[in-house]
Design a protein around this ligand. Structure first.
Ligand SMILES: N[C@@H](CCC(=O)N[C@@H](CS)C(=O)NCC(=O)O)C(=O)O
Length: 117
């Protein structure tokens, strides 16, 4: 089974993060858009409990959170994308964690102010 990335809309920045990692790691991933009715169904909630996108469908199961998905691609691509050793992996993770905790929570606020959404 090929991997499918579930998305709610085009230009979801979180899905873009995961797909950039997919492309760099050489993965072929089909994008599937999930409508609100499907998202809110009991069956779908059991697969994607946070209701957030992206969510990756794999042979092993479903995986949510864009960074977890990106790191999964980084691992399975066989190109040491997550770091060639413990130190370089930790250095990458420090910036990912910084971006997630200090930047991402304010990203949409800043973009709304800038673009007038
Ligand atoms: N921490 C999550 C955030 C994902 C997220 O907030 N996705 C939004 C982007 S629009 C979403 O799916 N919203 C749909 C909803 O809340 O119904 C990640 O990194 O994947």
């Amino acid at each position: 089974m090929s991997m499918k990335i579930h998305n709610n809309r085009a230009q979801n920045l979180y899905t873009d993060v995961a797909m950039i990692a997919a492309n760099f790691s050489g993965q072929t991933v089909e994008e599937v858009f999930i409508d609100d009715e499907t998202k809110n169904s009991k069956e779908y909630k059991s697969k994607n409990p946070t209701g957030k996108f992206p969510c990756l469908e794999t042979e092993e199961g479903m995986l949510f959170e864009s960074v977890a998905i990106a790191k999964h691609f980084g691992r399975i691509g066989g190109k040491n994308m997550n770091g060639a050793d413990a130190w370089t992996e930790a250095q990458g993770n420090q910036w990912i964690d910084y971006a997630q905790s200090a930047l991402a929570p304010h990203m949409y606020t800043a973009m709304r102010a800038h673009f007038g959404w």
